[in-house]
Ligand binder design. Structure first.
Ligand SMILES: [Cu+2]
Length: 172
């Protein structure tokens, strides 16, 4: 999907800057894997999000495995499940702050209309952003190795410990 941006506003400038860092369609230059094929799913794993944690918080994955994550927000705040690294999350953090500042989301809700208006769909394949009570999914193919995890980038949440690890096993 193409992200169209408002032009000539500070909002557009800040969005463009953050999308350049965290946008989709980047291949696997971050080394975190790539969007998975729904016809090639090896396993489904249910992940619950609450204040301020994931359950499970450690997930073992095999190299090259394609996993469908069924993500459930059982908490009372908006939470995100985002596959990446400290580096990709730092890039994404500004995008989330902008969404908060511009009224695209609040602590407890997501304003999809405002996100559409701003051309900010938050549809990156490696993440799902959910309101309390909602369920979403991420289908992801893991790389052959690397230090990868999952985190919630709603401002303050990762800092409060809302982060988990993928443990890369061996398929023997
Ligand atoms: Cu969160």
């Amino acid at each position: 999907m193409i992200k169209t941006l408002l032009t000539g506003t500070a909002l557009a400038a800040s969005l463009a800057a953050s999308i350049a860092v965290a946008g989709p369609g980047h291949g696997d230059e971050d080394g975190i894997g790539e969007p998975g094929d729904a016809a090639q799913i090896d396993r489904t794993i249910i992940v619950e999000m609450d204040e301020m944690s994931f359950s499970p918080e450690t997930i073992e994955v095999a190299p090259g495995e394609t996993i469908r994550f069924e993500v459930v927000n059982v908490g009372r705040a908006v939470h995100e499940f985002n596959i990446g690294t400290g580096e990709t999350w730092n890039g994404h953090r500004g995008e989330m702050r902008t969404m908060m500042r511009e009224g695209m989301m609040s602590a407890r809700s997501i304003n999809h209309d405002r996100m559409m208006e701003a051309g900010m769909m938050h549809d990156d394949a490696n993440s799902v952003l959910l309101e309390p009570g909602d369920t979403g999914q991420v289908i992801w193919t893991f790389p052959e190795g690397g230090e990868i995890g999952f985190a919630c980038n709603v401002p303050g949440h990762r800092e409060a410990g809302m982060v988990g690890d993928f443990r890369m096993g061996h398929d023997s």
